[in-house]
Design a protein around this ligand. Structure first.
Ligand code: BJW
Length: 250
């Protein structure tokens, strides 16, 4: 793909970059996205699974869904899209990866400054005493565990609909969006708020906003650069054209 001179030179010169990522960046690793033809929610209805009331109504069903996804995520590896962001972080002064994903793949790839807006599927906590709980068995449990301290139900440490995002994480994300020169919005349908507000914050504060997605989204008409295709192909290609050092990743 041929990229615009504006994009290549901004990428070359920017010292402060923010990247908002969504399920699409992990799709090439084999993690299903949420929406669309291949989306997780073609098979499971979100209102049945991704909210607190659904958990209280049917904790075993919700736990089993997360146990299934946790296992799936453990069996996959980061892909060139994740590694591209690692390369970027290694050659720029300020890079913030703001992710809506709960799959831990940015950290597993080697990214360090990662802000998790929707939690992390690897962690769980007790809804009663709020203690963090390790999943006791390496095999996924098909029924919800109870807290060993107080007997409360254990839930995944993720953000469901109607729940607040972690305050510190969102404030760090907003600050990165306000202060960056270049903002990437990668592999997200950009429909879930408040994460979806971040590209607009970046635009309002003068950043060049670049969307990378397999298809257009609501953001596409506002982003200055819209790159249609797979993140795992576009990102490495773009970084190479900007002369950003590519490192060997395991
Ligand atoms: C590729 C690709 C490749 C594929 N390369 N691209 C009305 C208006 C505004 C807001 C609201 C409203 N009504 C309700 C709300 C609030 C609500 C919300 O935004 N709802 C909207 C759906 C309307 N938000 C909330 O409730 C949030 N909290 C909140 O607002 O708190 C304040 C509050 C408190 C009390 C009461 C009310 C408000 C919380 C949101 C939590 C979202 N949680 C989930 C589940 C996390 C746990 C889990 O993983 O199970 O987070 S939902 C799900 O969506 C998940 C994701 O992080 C999130 C975003 O999805 P994402 O990443 O964009 O994935 P997809 O599948 O949608 O898109 C993938 C994209 O990739 C596609 O575009 C593909 O084309 C692309 N792609 N392959 C590049 N190779």
């Amino acid at each position: 793909m041929k990229f615009s001179d504006r994009l290549v030179s901004t990428l070359r010169n920017a010292q402060s970059v923010c990247a908002l990522t969504g399920a699409g960046i992990s799709a090439e690793s084999g993690v299903p996205t949420f929406r669309g033809e291949e989306g997780l929610w073609k098979k499971f209805r979100p209102e049945e699974l991704a909210n607190f009331n659904a958990f209280i109504r049917n904790p075993d069903l919700v736990w089993e869904w997360y146990a299934y996804r946790r296992k799936l995520i453990r069996d996959v590896k980061p892909n060139p899209g994740h590694f591209g962001l690692v390369d970027l972080e290694r050659c720029k002064k300020h890079v913030t990866i703001v992710t809506q994903n709960v799959d831990n793949l940015h950290r597993r790839a080697g990214s360090e400054n990662v802000v998790e807006l929707h939690g992390n599927i690897e962690r769980s906590y007790c809804i009663q005493c709020h203690a963090f709980v390790d999943e006791p068995s390496p095999e996924p449990l098909t029924s919800v565990p109870m807290c060993v301290t107080c007997g409360g139900l254990v839930r995944p440490d993720v953000v469901w609909f109607g729940e607040m995002l972690p305050v510190e994480a969102f404030s760090k994300a907003e600050s990165a969006a306000r202060h960056c020169e270049l903002f990437f919005c990668i592999g997200t349908s950009a429909v879930v708020f408040p994460a979806a507000s971040l590209p607009y914050t970046a635009l309002d504060h003068g950043a060049l906003v670049v969307e990378i997605n397999r298809e257009e989204t609501d953001l596409s008409s506002r982003a200055q650069e819209v790159l249609i295709g797979k993140a795992g192909e576009i990102l490495p290609d773009l970084l190479a054209q900007a002369g950003i050092r590519h490192e060997e990743h395991l």
